[in-house]
Structures are given as structure tokens and as C-alpha cells.
Design a protein around this ligand. Structure first.
Ligand code: ATP
Ligand code: MN
Length: 463
């Protein structure tokens, strides 16, 4: 029998009676002076393979060095397991210790660390069950996003991360510069001379790929962009990151209703994909993190989202008799508490809210006949609040430039955007799904810092 290194995910489904090699990190070691049971995990699955060692067959020093966190290569026979919980286990013949992990200093000794503590050891937390599960689901969702759009014929358009248009109004931007901050070049009038900067103008990290996405849609029909976005918002909430990933489809010839249909189909597809492909990890999270996770996921795929206007939503909130921290009145930007009231208490299912007051939405949204509202749509989810923000875009050159003037926006770096309305303009729509907000929903985790490998938030950029 030849020896093969097989990942534990596959190994657990292999037939007993073969010689195998497993490699991974020790989760636990228990046993007595005759026999040791090692739970080995290689990240391919939430499940461990049990390695059984007859202590007498191995040098004492080697057995001692096998502690929680150590990395091993184990050669042995795959045999049927007598214990409960696994079909097969490895009867160890040979063990190589790739790396030890000192019991005194390895921080992941016992189970049950707080999420806060695990954030401090972001370099090691992927080795925990919870973060292993979250990161595998994160991967599966990224793959499913590409699959969904690819199957529909959308083109993946790579929009730039560095941008000179600071007029999107979506959030505060991080400036990008190579200038020496201790010694800034100045103009005659004493202002900072951005002509001397790398790009010859003031640039920032993008807050959204949408504006460039629209250029793509006006040529390719249906596109999506999926990449990192950056917002220097100093909001320390469990739903905001300074660096997060966003999925932004943009579709020519879509009106707001088509946009809503796509958003609803998209989220349901992703949740169903997780249910179909990530059940081991979801079951773990359901047991350990959120007892209602799987039933909540199932309920979302099986229900029709409620659609109503902002104005109707505000009426419901006003009539609710609920005491909100932020009082409700027509014209306010809804807070998460209001969104969650509608979704969790009033309707008990996801809600798509449309036709928001134009003053709380971006300049590019299609203006309604009433002169007060725009064709915006936010998809609101249980536990999260806003998960998607989108709109039909203003396609009229006059109305778009009129709005830019009305808002006193600096349009010097938007000439290319406005050009799409001069040359072959068309009705079109799009939306942005916050990838980590989706992951909060799909994993049941409660803080957005715990669904991205290396979170960036105010005052933290470790790892
Ligand atoms: P919010 O009101 O929650 O701050 P927003 O209105 O600023 O959201 P948009 O500009 O519409 O959000 O962005 C589209 C989507 O990106 C949002 O629906 C949300 O899912 C996600 N998102 C926005 N800001 C953040 C952030 N700071 N961190 C993580 N995701 C975000
Ligand atoms: Mn925001």
C-alpha cells in the first residue's frame, strides 16, 4: 500500500484499510500512559481526524512535543473508528513533528476564548473552529457571487481602487499620497500643491466602484465589480469597517423593479448556496454562536421580501408607538433600530424600502416626478439592517447636471461620468451589497470584525 497525503476533509470519507498520511495542527491530545488520542485539523473542514498512538511505539521526547498547536505529519493505517463521532481514525505508525507550540506561550490552549481576545491574536484565530468555519463560508460566498453573475452573463469589471473623484458622497475618504507629509510642496498662495503629488492631483481610496461600473454597463450591458472599498468613517459599530468588500452589479436597461428582483434573487441564491455547500460549518455555528441561524437562513430563501416605499415605512414607524433612540420623521436617514423594527417586529421578513427623500441619497439617483424622492432601494435584513443599497440611476443629462449644481458639487473630476448621459444614455440601475454584512447574516456572527480575516477599524490596523 502506497502512502498518500490526503486532506482531512477527504480523508474522513475514505474507506478504511489503507495506508495514509495526514498533516495538520493538533487541536487536543488526551489519553493515558499507554495510548494517546490526538485530534488533528488541517483547515479543510471543521472536523478533526482522530490519530491513535500506542505510546510505547514512539520516543518519549516526541510524544511530549505533541501539544495543542503543534504541526504534525502522521503516517498510519486508516481504520474504522470504535469511538463515536467519526467513521475512521488513523492508527499512527510514524509521526514527524514539523513545528512545536510551547504550552506556556501558545495562546490558543483552552477553548472558549472571547471574540475580543481572539481579535488580539488575529494571526492565530483562523486556527479556531469558529474562524475556520467563518473563513470557509466567506470563501464559498465569494465563489458563489462569481458563479451567480457568470451564469447570468455578467462581466466582472475591475474598477480602480485609487480614484480622483471625491464626489460620491458615500463616506469619508482615505487620501492616497506619496508626498512627504513633513515637507509638503506649496503653491504661491501657500496651499498644498497636488500637482507635485504622484498622480498630479489629489487622490483617494475608492468608497465604491459604482461610477466606473456605470461606464462598464453603458458598454457591456451587465457588469459587476467585487473588490475592496474604503471608508474613513469614524463609526465604531458592529456593522462598519474602514476596509470592506463590496459587490456592485450595474445593469443597462434595468428599471428599479428589475433591480429589486435581481437583488432578491441574488441574496436568496447566496443563502441557498451556503445551505447546500457549507452545512458542516453552519451546523457548528448554529450550535455554538446562534441557535436560530439555520432556520433564519431557510426562512429567507423561502419568503418573498416585502416591498414598500420609505414614506409608507415612516408611517409604520410613527404609528408603532415604539420608543426609538432617534425619533422618526419623514426626511430622516433611517437608523439601524428603525430598519430592524420594520424587518424583525413589523413584517418578520426582509424588506426592500424604495423612493427615499432625495436629500438623504446620492446625486446620481433617478429623480421621481414628485420632486422630493428618488428611485433608491435599500434591502433591510433581520439582525443587520441595511445589507444592500441601490437605485435606478438618473439617465437624463439635464437632471443629473442640475442636481450636481444644486448640491454645489465640485464636478471637475466627474466629466467622464456625465459624458455617459451625453452619449447614448440609457435607463440603468445597480446596487451594492456589503460582503461582510452578508457574511454577518450567513454566519450568525454579531460583529463585522469577526467575518473578515484582518479587520481595519478606527485605531486598529494590526496584522
Ligand atoms: P450605512 O448607512 O449602514 O452606513 P451606507 O448607506 O453608507 O450604509 P452604501 O453607501 O449604500 O451604504 O453602501 C452599500 C452597502 O455597503 C451597504 O448596504 C452595506 O451593506 C455596505 N457598507 C456600507 N458601509 C460599510 C462599512 N463601513 N462597512 C461594511 N459594509 C458597509
Ligand atoms: Mn455609511
Amino acid at each position: 500500500m502506497g502512502k498518500r497525503h490526503i486532506r482531512i476533509a477527504e480523508l474522513l470519507n475514505e474507506a478504511p484499510g489503507q495506508s495514509v498520511v495526514a498533516k495538520g495542527w493538533v487541536r487536543t491530545k488526551r489519553g493515558n500512559k499507554n495510548i494517546a488520542f490526538i485530534a488533528l485539523n488541517d483547515g479543510s473542514t471543521i472536523n478533526n481526524i482522530q490519530v491513535v498512538c500506542e505510546v510505547a511505539n514512539f520516543p518519549e521526547e516526541l510524544m511530549k512535543s505533541i501539544t495543542t498547536g503543534a504541526c504534525l505529519a502522521v503516517t498510519g493505517d486508516l481504520v474504522e473508528s470504535m469511538g463515536s463521532g467519526q467513521k475512521v481514525e488513523i492508527q499512527a505508525k510514524e509521526i514527524v513533528v514539523y513545528g512545536t507550540a510551547d504550552t506556556e506561550t501558545y495562546p490558543l490552549q483552552k477553548k472558549g476564548h472571547s471574540m475580543e481576545f481572539l481579535r488580539e491574536i488575529g494571526h492565530l484565530r483562523p486556527r479556531t473552529n469558529t474562524f475556520g468555519a467563518v473563513l470557509r463560508i466567506r470563501h464559498a460566498m465569494a465563489y458563489a457571487i462569481h458563479k451567480f453573475f457568470n451564469d447570468k452573463g455578467f462581466v466582472y469589471l475591475h474598477t480602480p481602487l485609487i480614484t480622483a473623484s471625491d464626489a460620491e458622497g458615500a463616506g469619508a475618504m482615505f487620501q492616497v499620497t506619496t508626498m512627504d507629509l513633513e515637507n509638503l510642496p506649496r503653491t504661491e498662495e501657500g496651499k498644498i500643491d497636488y500637482k507635485e503629488d504622484f498622480f498630479g492631483k489629489r487622490t483617494s481610496l475608492t468608497v465604491s466602484g459604482q461610477l466606473e461600473g456605470e461606464l462598464g454597463a453603458m458598454a457591456l450591458g451587465n457588469i459587476y465589480t467585487f473588490g475592496p472599498t474604503f471608508r474613513a468613517e469614524n463609526s465604531n459599530t458592529p456593522r462598519h469597517l474602514a476596509e470592506f468588500w463590496m459587490v456592485e452589479p450595474e445593469m443597462a436597461f434595468y428599471e428599479i423593479e428589475d433591480n429589486m428582483d435581481l437583488a432578491e434573487e441574488f441574496i436568496k441564491y447566496l443563502v441557498q448556496y451556503a445551505l447546500d455547500n457549507c452545512m458542516d460549518d453552519l451546523t457548528f455555528l448554529n450550535n455554538m454562536i446562534d441557535k436560530e441561524l439555520i432556520s433564519r437562513l431557510q426562512s429567507v430563501v423561502g419568503t418573498e421580501f416585502v416591498r414598500l416605499t420609505y414614506t409608507e415605512g415612516v408611517k409604520i414607524l410613527e404609528a408603532s408607538g415604539e420608543k426609538f433612540d432617534y425619533p422618526v420623521a419623514w426626511g430622516i436617514d433611517l437608523q439601524s433600530e428603525h430598519e430592524r423594527y420594520l424587518v424583525e417586529k413589523h413584517f418578520g421578513k426582509p424588506v426592500i424600502l424604495t423612493d427615499y427623500p432625495k436629500d438623504i441619497k446620492a446625486f446620481y439617483m433617478k429623480q421621481n416626478e414628485d420632486g422630493k424622492t428618488v428611485r433608491a432601494m435599500d434591502v433591510l435584513f433581520p439582525k443587520i439592517g441595511e445589507i444592500i443599497g441601490g437605485s435606478q440611476r438618473e439617465e437624463s443629462y439635464e437632471k443629473l447636471t442640475g442636481r450636481i449644481k444644486e448640491l454645489n458639487m465640485d464636478d471637475t473630476n466627474l466629466w467622464w461620468y456625465v459624458d455617459t448621459r451625453r452619449f447614448g444614455t440609457a435607463p440603468h440601475s445597480g446596487f451594492g451589497l456589503g460582503f461582510e454584512r452578508l457574511l454577518l447574516f450567513v454566519t450568525g456572527m454579531s460583529n463585522i470584525r469577526d467575518v473578515i480575516p484582518f479587520p481595519r477599524t478606527p485605531k486598529t490596523a494590526e496584522f
